[in-house]
Unconditional design. Structure first.
Length: 380
């Protein structure tokens, strides 16, 4: 995926080193200035995206849209209503190779001056004086392929040139920059050279020299920062999955199945009552429930119930919203019902009810009263 820009800004969208942000010392790494994962970079400000960036250094991105109307998000300050700076001194980023000025609108500007760094170094707005990116020697460009000439150019870019003479040319070998030495197979078109592996790239047919391996492996890149790009050799295709390790990506959760065991919380999670004339005892406990979704028929059993059948819902669909009930017949007819709607695969909110209806006047001889209770469920 394309690298996220690390340009430093103090208003709007900003990326700032861990040592510059503040919530206490502005870092979730105890002030160490380094990290191995995003969680260690939590600066406690809700309007910033905190990530562990290049060089294991905390990086903070300010999102003003997360603030209230009229406020802006600043790294190290959170949502603020006042300007970031009033003078150049307010903008000092601690790097000797940058010129720091307070611009129009109270926005800090940081300009790099390479001449302030040591010979061979360049000034980076996020890290100060650093070795310029890229290679510095041929050894750093070693691609592990014996028949390529590995070199580091004047622009600090690696070049790996295949040399056929480093292969056994008498045996008909040639050099490929990915596969190394190989013996070409005769062919007339590219499809003759397909090795059945989508992910290692597309083989090509050279009418004069025969089949050649792909010059490079398949590149899977959807240009989205929040996806993990990979090539699946079993599916023979590129797959792109949301990066769940980054909260800012807002990856979708698994859809609810309305199945599993759930713990319920509410004003009351059980109810008992009994008749003074020896009628059946009402004893239900819905502190935990077990839900089964079998072919569009939902069954729910409570932790304790004085009847053997489950509550059922056979409406279509039974998920993500459900309405399951069961009626216990008799002179005092009992109806038990659980309704709810899942917000994600692991949570739902709804209601549990128990109602008692007279069919022969016996309900008046019991201590049972109708119940209608709000509950929320969480997967166990």
């Amino acid at each position: 995926m394309r690298a996220r820009s690390t340009r430093l800004r103090l208003l709007g969208v900003a990326l700032v080193l861990a040592g510059c942000a503040g919530g206490g010392d502005g870092r979730g790494d105890g002030g160490a200035g380094s990290c191995t994962n995003d969680l260690q970079c939590d600066d406690t400000y809700a309007c910033t995206i905190d990530t562990c960036g290049v060089g294991n250094t905390c990086v903070y991105e300010a999102i003003s849209e997360r603030c209230e109307m009229g406020q802006t998000c600043e790294v190290g300050r959170g949502c603020v209503s006042t300007s970031s700076c009033a003078s150049n001194d307010d903008c000092d980023d601690g790097f000797a190779c940058t010129t720091d000025t307070c611009g129009v609108g109270g926005i800090c500007n940081h300009n790099t001056v390479d001449e302030r760094c040591a010979m061979g170094e360049v000034c980076d707005v996020d890290m100060g004086c650093i070795e310029p990116p890229g290679c510095s020697s041929a050894a750093e460009c070693d691609d592990g392929v014996d028949c390529t000439n590995d070199s580091c150019g004047v622009d600090r870019t690696c070049t790996n040139t295949p040399l056929n003479e480093l292969c056994d040319m008498a045996a008909g070998e040639r050099c490929n920059e990915v596969r190394g030495c190989f013996v070409p197979m005769p062919c007339t078109e590219d499809t003759d050279c397909d090795d059945g592996n989508f992910c290692n790239g597309a083989e090509v047919c050279d009418p004069e020299f025969g089949c050649e391996p792909a010059a490079m492996a398949r590149v899977c890149d959807d240009s989205e920062d929040c996806t993990i790009d990979a090539c699946d050799t079993d599916l023979d295709m590129c797959v792109f999955t949301c990066d769940e390790s980054r909260a800012e990506c807002m990856c979708p959760t698994e859809p609810p199945t309305c199945a599993g065991s759930f713990s319920l919380t509410g004003p009351m999670t059980s109810y008992t009552c009994s008749s003074i004339l020896g009628m059946p005892v009402v004893n239900i406990d819905f502190s935990t429930i077990t839900m089964t979704n079998d072919g569009g028929i939902l069954s729910i059993r409570m932790a304790a119930q004085h009847f053997s059948s489950p509550l059922t819902d056979n409406t279509d669909p039974v998920c993500p919203s459900f309405d399951a009930s069961f009626v216990v017949p008799g002179g005092c007819e009992e109806t038990y019902r659980i309704t709810g709607t899942f917000s994600d695969a692991d949570r739902f909110s709804g209601m549990v009810s128990a109602t008692f209806r007279d069919t022969d006047g016996s309900c008046g001889l019991t201590g049972c009263v109708n119940q209608n209770l709000m509950v929320s469920g969480t997967r166990m």
